[in-house]
Design a protein around this ligand. Structure first.
Ligand code: SF4
Ligand code: SF4
Length: 185
């Protein structure tokens, strides 16, 4: 898949996100780094955004790679061809500056409304672990929230990433409407 973001764009976004953290302390100490170990589910991996693979040389000894066809998974119709998945071999230990966007953004996700407004929401995808930051609504650092929003603002300049964020957001909006209907509101 052809990303319009260059390697240097991703490097800049990584650098930006390197400056922030959800909490002042290591939140992994609250849960045994649950989102890294993923409940020991060997099937759980992290997909890279289109173009993000440019930041890796694929012989990192802490990563296992697999490549799948976007058409075989629940990705936007505009996604065609290779999607890269990684699994960490030594979680939660990894070179911090190399963590992919998915890890850096968690527990937040981008949400793009129909009129193009970008915001962040708590991760609402089903996971085999529980994140105390979400469950206990522990306040996140303001700079983490604002820098993560800025990072996604830059990322959605790429049409493929835009399509992914909008697809997930639309599904979220539909779920909320369905629930509201069930509740008779
Ligand atoms: S983001 Fe949540 S699940 Fe992941 S290490 Fe922090 S508290 Fe644990
Ligand atoms: S890349 Fe690092 S932060 Fe992300 S899941 Fe793997 S070990 Fe955890």
């Amino acid at each position: 898949m052809k990303s319009t973001l260059r390697k240097s764009d991703f490097e800049e976004i990584y650098r930006l996100l390197d400056t922030v953290s959800p909490l002042d302390c290591d939140c992994g100490t609250l849960c045994g780094a649950a989102c890294c170990t993923k409940g020991d589910d060997p099937e759980m991996g992290i997909y890279l955004l289109p173009g993000e693979e440019k930041l890796f040389d694929r012989d990192e000894d802490w990563l296992e790679w697999s490549t799948e066809r976007a058409e075989d998974y629940d990705f936007p119709d505009s996604w065609r061809g290779a999607v890269h998945f990684i699994r960490c071999k030594t979680p939660p230990v990894c070179p911090r500056e190399k963590r992919p966007i998915q890890c850096r953004s968690f527990p937040l996700l981008p949400h793009l409304s129909g009129d193009g407004e970008l915001s962040l929401v708590y991760n609402d995808f089903e996971t085999p672990y529980r994140c105390p930051l979400i469950e206990e609504e522990i306040p996140l650092n303001d700079d983490f929230v604002s820098v993560t929003l800025e990072a996604w603002r830059r990322l959605i300049q790429d049409p493929l990433i835009y399509d992914l964020v909008r697809m997930d957001s639309k599904a979220r909006e539909e779920d909320i409407m369905e629930l509201a209907e069930k509740l008779g509101r």
